[in-house]
Design a protein. Structure first.
Length: 512
């Protein structure tokens, strides 16, 4: 097997990112096909016996007690896809759509959905050949799965809806023909299996986690630059302090900042009490390990939740093949609630709080550097202050962005509006929780970019003293994108350039 396995068992975040961003090929192994065929056999046997099975020969949600005649079973599945494709709002970006295709195929390939291998194979073919459904981002309450977003995905799989192929939007059927993919003809339960799952919110949380992990490492680099610009003490990053309260994240950040600031001429020049009478630094410097570290620990918890969800069966009902049985359709179909998005909704809320925390403490370090009462540097980091405003409005911008993060971090997972005539009476709002992470990450990258610009300006003002060799690498990246400020100019392009470099992972890579 040459591609990344889509088998419901082995998908990792790193391989998902390869599929999404590197366009690595995905492939369904024979073992997954065997499991899908076995669970499909159970469904076929129940249909033949005219046994009532939710979503197979009954209606959906509140209409689950309505029986569907055998000659209408296919039409039921088609109607389900069409009726549920009623999302609104701006469409999801290509990375999210690619992640959804891979994740839904992987959940089906696990072998509990009771559908033919052709269902997962069609999604994988769309993924590999670049047929990307146009999926409106709003319309899911994250409970009976991400129904509306996944319905728009399923529409294209059956040759309807809209898709983007080779950079052009077109009808879904036209996109499939151009890619040489036969549209899927839905059999019993297959529409439901495509719609019932958490893959829209999971896609967004998984992609946001990647950026958040990059952001917390970047924040360590930014804090190290700011520590030197403010002539702060390295004492707070002593390994003995971290060991005395051994949270893993705090220890990692303390090690990062200590290593980055090693060899700084600036710190050495102010080490004696005669030269620098300060005993302790402000919390935004001194408590960076505790604050950044708490973010790191939160992201680790989110990663653990996502890792479980990647290879979980999240539709309903689930089909369990009898252990050791020959492939004769012996098994059981059980209705449950694995489609409920609460684990991901709570993870998204945790992620949002983490992002707001990083933005808040970063803005405080920028304020420390631009305020002459705390920085021991020229006012607003510019010579001839008054004639020049310097970094005054950069701090204002950072404050505005940090303030925006706070209401965005409000929890979504405690909200619920009952749906489907009160059958679905407690929902997760997980898609909304996940959707707000992208704008939060954009704000955070800009806040960190502002801090780095301010810190590098502060280092220039301390010349001829030099920062340490490791922080110098970060300084050099910033200075390739933005020259030091001698007289006022618009720094909007500089913020954008540094924020873009943060997104590329250049600063996080300095931590190894």
């Amino acid at each position: 097997m040459n591609g990344i396995a889509i088998d419901g068992e082995r998908l990792t975040l790193e391989n998902l990112y390869r599929i999404v961003f590197d366009k690595s090929e995905a492939e369904i192994p024979a073992s997954a096909r065997e499991r899908m065929n076995a669970s499909r056999g159970v469904i076929e046997k129940l249909i033949a016996a005219d046994t009532a099975v939710y979503g197979v020969n009954t209606g959906f949600g509140k209409m689950a007690s309505t029986r569907i005649s055998p000659d209408e079973i296919r039409h039921l599945q088609l109607n389900l896809v069409r009726s549920h494709a009623c999302g609104v709002g701006p469409p999801l970006g290509e990375p999210a759509v690619r992640a959804m295709l891979a994740l839904r195929a992987n959940a089906i390939a696990k072998g509990f959905s009771g559908v033919r291998p052709a269902v997962a194979e069609t999604l994988v073919a769309m993924l590999n050949r670049g047929v990307h459904p146009v999926i409106p981002s709003q319309g899911s309450v994250g409970a009976s799965g991400d129904l509306a977003p996944l319905a728009h995905l399923a529409q294209v799989a059956i040759g309807e809806g809209r898709a983007i192929h080779q950079g052009r939007e077109m009808p879904g059927g036209e996109a499939l023909r151009a890619a040489g993919i036969a549209p899927l003809v839905l059999e019993a339960k297959e529409g439901l299996a495509l719609l019932n799952g958490t893959q829209a919110m999971l896609a967004l949380v998984a992609l946001a986690l990647r950026e958040a992990e990059n952001a917390v490492s970047t924040a360590d680099v930014a804090a190290a630059l700011s520590l030197d610009a403010l002539r702060g003490s390295p004492a707070a990053f002593d390994a003995r302090i971290a060991r005395a309260r051994p949270h893993a994240g705090a220890g990692a950040t303390a090690r990062n900042i200590e290593r980055l600031n090693r060899g700084s001429e600036i710190r050495e020049s102010h080490r004696s009490p005669e030269k620098d009478p300060r005993v302790q630094d402000p919390y935004s410097l001194r408590c960076a390990p505790q604050v950044h570290g708490a973010v790191r620990d939160a992201l680790a918890q989110v990663r653990a939740t996502v890792a479980v969800e990647l290879n979980s069966a999240t539709d309903n009902p689930l089909v369990f093949v009898s252990p050791g049985a020959s492939p004769d359709g012996t098994g059981e179909v059980i209705s449950g609630g694995n489609f409920h998005g609460q684990p991901l909704a709570m993870a998204a809320d945790q992620l949002a709080v983490a992002l707001a925390t990083l933005g808040g403490i970063s803005e405080r370090r920028t304020e420390q550097m631009t305020n002459p009462q705390t920085s021991q540097l020229p006012a607003f980091l510019v010579r001839q202050a008054g004639l020049n405003s310097g970094f005054m409005i950069l701090q204002v911008t950072a404050a505005a962005l940090a303030s925006e993060l706070k209401p965005l971090a409000a929890p979504h997972s405690i909200d619920s509006i009952p749906t489907s005539a009160n059958q679905e009476d407690y929902v997760s709002m997980g898609m909304g929780a996940a959707r707000r992470l992208e704008p939060m990450l954009a704000n955070l990258k800009n806040i960190l970019a502002i801090e780095m610009l301010a810190a590098c300006q502060g280092l220039d003002l301390l010349s001829p003293l030099k920062t340490g060799p490791e922080t110098r690498k970060a300084y050099d990246i910033v200075r390739r994108l933005s020259v030091a400020v001698d007289t006022d100019r618009s720094l909007a392009p500089d913020i954008e350039a540094v924020a873009r470099e943060i997104g590329n992972g250049s600063f996080a890579a300095l931590l190894g």
